[in-house]
Design a protein around this ligand. Structure first.
Ligand SMILES: Cc1cc2nc3c(=O)[nH]c(=O)nc-3n(C[C@H](O)[C@H](O)[C@H](O)COP(=O)(O)OP(=O)(O)OC[C@H]3O[C@@H](n4cnc5c(N)ncnc54)[C@H](O)[C@@H]3O)c2cc1C
Length: 586
């Protein structure tokens, strides 16, 4: 039930009297807070975890308010690729004869013997209670999505787009966009792609429609800033405070509050608790600028006593937590997300970026104008179907079937320049106009962000180095360094051998003006550690006790090192069910 703010704050009469009566029955701290809205369940965030939670809770008979910081619904989930590796023996797996079960999902996601090509143990640090709940609820979550309008591409599940999802069977489903407009372009997909491509629009748009249809209330542009417990840091959680464009709005939760705020990688101070290298130059998070992952859920949860959980997973060198940029010359270079001029958030994104199809066409240099790695080097990988082959559950011999691969363009890019500072600083892709022709790039706005300082050009290499000046280039690039780097590289091309980093047969000299420098820092993606939860998605405190009335799911929850949508949708489903089953307070 929503009470108009003006009724509460300005008017006397019946509304105020009714509120006064209700207030008399409430505990002390609740009385001090003037509530502007009330619902049984308050969900913070309208993404992959938030919307399933809201719908499930509403259909179980609870009134639900979803509080969303952005003016639009869907979070990172709407920007996503919609690749959804949720197995467990769902109806689509059955349709295509794939044998899976909750037990197999559980065994897969707790198999200590699975290691990655870089030697990291993928599943060793998952919390078994959380994985058991995920395993048991994976197939029901798929059926829930189907029942609420999500259309999956009609083909057998595959292994595309999922990581840390288990070695044993094919589990990835793909959400079809149908006629919904794509957030990336502002227009629907082409008719040929509407039932065949995979996109998060196809996941979140139907869920948004379903939520509205059944009467879930939204408060958009309401950013949660505080969670209230009855007695400060003890007692039940009774509501939240949100900021609505400078106005304080208090929202009471009669049953529960669900944190579904999407993680912490956008908060520099928070993310540096896990990895001090992650300084401010990593400013182009995947999913931004559609929504941020600013740790507000974690911080508000911790302020009322919540613990963090599974912190190892945040720094494990596995999966897409840190990615190599796919687009260069733009702040937002995530490989699987390209903002096009028709997108409603394009004015914030400012440029599409230049998609790199072949890293032979550029060299990457640090702030000093020096190369640091083979540009064709890759990023971390994570376990997917037959990632280890042959594979035998729990066998120590699995490790020998993984091929060693140092994989670390990312780590080299973030190594720094030896000036005693944290963070690798700016990384620039350097190329010439011959590369522009080969890649068929048009190095002008709106494809590159010149105004923001993410793209430079010049007629000579030393001039180019002199021009590179922006917030994150913390030292001037010595022109002679860049000239020497390019000269050396061109000589390696001439003899067909990269003497510095072993780039496989360097192919093209950088010799034809004009020359270009395009922003190419690693992109931060997943949050894989967050608030401590139990199998019911209840938030747990530092003493191991649940915080009554507080739930969390998705990237803001810890204990489960899986990429993306499966754990988020499934935990939203679990949290919504359990929150709705709480007893409503008067
Ligand atoms: C480009 C891209 C491609 C991806 N592709 C895939 C894929 O193919 N498969 C896959 O499995 N995963 C994919 N992912 C990852 C997946 O989208 C995320 O893991 C998932 O959306 C996280 O769900 P969530 O509910 O935790 O957060 P989100 O979906 O981001 O939702 C969080 C919501 O909370 C809101 N919020 C945050 N703080 C507050 C606050 N204080 N008050 C109110 N609201 C707040 C945010 O604005 C946002 O709307 C992709 C991600 C991106 C960015």
């Amino acid at each position: 039930m929503t009470v108009n703010r003006r009724d509460v704050l300005l008017k006397g009469g019946a509304t105020a009297a009714a509120l006064a009566t209700t207030a008399a029955a409430q505990p002390a701290a609740a009385q001090e807070t003037q509530w502007h809205h009330t619902a049984d369940v308050v969900v913070i965030g309208s993404g992959a975890a938030g919307l399933p939670a809201a719908i499930v809770a509403k259909e179980a008979g609870s009134s639900v308010i979803v509080v969303e910081a952005q003016p639009h619904v869907g979070g990172h989930a709407r920007c996503s690729g919609g690749n959804l590796p949720l197995g467990g023996g769902n109806s689509i797996q059955k349709k295509y004869g794939i044998e899976d079960s909750p037990d197999l999902v559980f065994k897969d996601l707790t198999d200590w013997s699975v290691v990655q090509p870089n030697g990291f143990p993928d599943y060793r640090y998952n919390d078994h209670e959380i994985i058991r709940a995920f395993a048991d609820n994976s197939a029901p979550t798929v059926e829930f999505l189907l029942a609420h309008g999500v259309v999956f591409v009609d083909k057998p599940p595959d292994r595309r787009g999922g990581s840390s999802v288990g070695n044993s069977v094919l589990r990835t489903l793909h959400c079809a966009p149908m006629d919904w407009p794509l957030i990336q372009t502002g227009a629907p997909a082409s008719p040929a792609n509407r039932t065949t491509m995979s996109t998060g629009n196809g996941l979140m748009q139907p869920l948004d429609a379903a939520a509205r249809r059944i009467g879930v209330e939204y408060l958009l542009e309401h950013k949660m800033t505080k969670i209230h417990r009855e007695n400060g840091t003890s007692g039940r959680v009774i509501g939240i405070t949100a900021d609505n464009k400078g106005t304080v709005v208090n929202i009471r939760a009669r049953k529960a509050v669900i944190i579904a705020t999407g993680g912490s990688t956008g908060n520099v101070n928070f993310r540096r608790m896990f990895d001090p290298r992650l300084t401010e130059e990593y400013c182009g998070l995947a999913g931004m600028p559609y929504s941020d992952q600013d740790a507000s859920g974690e911080i508000a949860g911790m302020a009322v006593g919540a613990a963090l959980w599974g912190l190892y997973n945040q720094t494990a060198e596995t999966g897409s937590s840190l990615t190599k940029p796919g687009q260069i010359g733009t702040q937002y270079g995530y490989v699987n997300l390209r903002w096009m001029p028709g997108s409603p958030v394009f004015s914030k994104a400012r440029a599409t970026g230049l998609r790199v199809s072949d890293w032979q066409n550029v060299i990457t240099v640090n702030m000093l104008g020096k190369r640091f790695y083979d540009e064709t080097g890759r990023q971390f990988t994570a376990n997917a179907y037959k990632g280890i082959d042959p594979y035998s559950h729990g066998s120590y011999l699995n490790a020998k079937n993984v091929r060693f691969d140092p994989n670390n363009w990312i780590n080299a890019a973030m190594a720094g320049i030896g000036d005693g500072k944290n963070g690798g600083g700016a990384v620039w892709a350097i190329f010439d106009s011959a590369a522009v022709e080969r890649e068929k790039w048009d190095p002008k706005p709106p494809n590159v962000d010149i105004e923001g300082g993410f793209f430079f050009s010049a007629d000579t290499i030393p001039e180019l180095a002199k021009k590179i000046a922006m917030k994150y280039q913390r030292v001037p690039m010595p022109p002679q360094n860049l000239a020497r780097t390019v000269g050396d590289y061109n000589s390696y091309v001439d003899v067909g051998r990269d003497f510095d980093f072993g780039k496989p047969r360097p192919l093209y000299t950088i010799a034809k003006p004009p020359f270009y420098a395009a922003w190419a820092v690693p992109v931060l993606h997943d949050t894989r550690a967050g608030l401590r939860i139990n199998g019911r998605c209840q938030v747990v405190d530092m003493n191991g006790e649940t915080i009554p009335g507080l739930y969390c799911g998705g990237e803001s929850a810890g204990g489960f090192g899986m990429h993306g949508l499966p754990r988020c949708t499934c935990q939203g489903y679990i949290a919504g069910k359990n929150a709705a089953a709480e007893t409503a307070r008067a």
